[in-house]
Design a protein around this ligand. Structure first.
Ligand SMILES: [Zn+2]
Ligand SMILES: [Zn+2]
Length: 223
């Protein structure tokens, strides 16, 4: 097999210990050299955005708490470093859909340890769907029965990716709940590709909570 990022061959040996464990053995999709360029978040974590924080809630999450009176509990897997920026560029903007597999095993390992009723990928706009051809977040959880509970209105003006931090924070609610969805006592696990300011996830979570969801937590690949 070849590395999905640099195309060099991957030499993979199943670790002996894993031979005695039940469950699927997932061969790596990128080589060790490429893997080493991505940086995992290590604790101590902010209990809300999931990024590094030496002292409980980070300053950004404290602002969300003041604004909403509650905070989202997000797990963020990787730093948004240069390697991740390049990955997102190739995956989303060049449109290399094969790259959805690169972090699939790690997304899967987290999701399988959670208790939820609905796994909800953050939707893209119809406009993005027409140009990109796929929802990058749904791609990251390919193989799961994701629930498309939300739709996203077309963005007017500056696209999300080109906005400044302040512009992002002022983005109005872009989501709508699908009609006739009842979320009473349902636990929701939201998934997104990048946690930037948290604005997108808080908009989605607000709507889901207003529709009766018992809990909303989230997973993001990067942030
Ligand atoms: Zn590689
Ligand atoms: Zn935080």
């Amino acid at each position: 097999m070849k590395c999905l990022l640099c195309n060099r061959p991957i030499y993979w040996q199943v670790p002996i210990a894993k031979l005695f464990l039940f469950g699927p053995l997932t061969p790596p999709r990128i080589c060790e050299r490429c893997r080493a360029k991505f940086q995992h978040y290590m604790g101590p974590f902010c209990p809300c955005c999931g990024r590094s924080s030496g002292n409980g809630l980070c300053a950004e999450c404290r602002r969300w708490q003041d604004q909403y009176g509650w905070v989202l509990h997000n797990r963020c897997l990787y730093h948004y470093n240069q390697a991740m920026k390049e990955f997102m560029h190739r995956y989303k903007f060049v449109g290399d859909y094969r790259l959805r597999a690169v972090f699939h095993a790690e997304m899967q390992s987290f999701i399988d340890r959670q208790q939820y009723d609905y796994l909800v990928p953050i939707p893209v706009t119809q406009e993005t769907m027409a140009t990109r051809g796929f929802n990058q977040t749904a791609g990251l959880i390919d193989g799961y029965d994701g629930h498309l509970l939300l739709t996203r209105a077309v963005e007017k003006g500056v696209p999300q990716s080109a906005k400044s931090r302040e512009q992002r924070l002022q983005t109005p609610q872009p989501f709508k709940l699908q009609p006739d969805v009842s979320l009473d006592h349902r636990r929701i696990l939201l998934v997104d590709d990048i946690y930037t300011t948290g604005r997108t996830l808080y908009h989605a979570a607000t709507l889901l909570k207003a529709a009766g969801a018992a809990s909303v937590s989230s997973l993001t690949l990067s942030g």
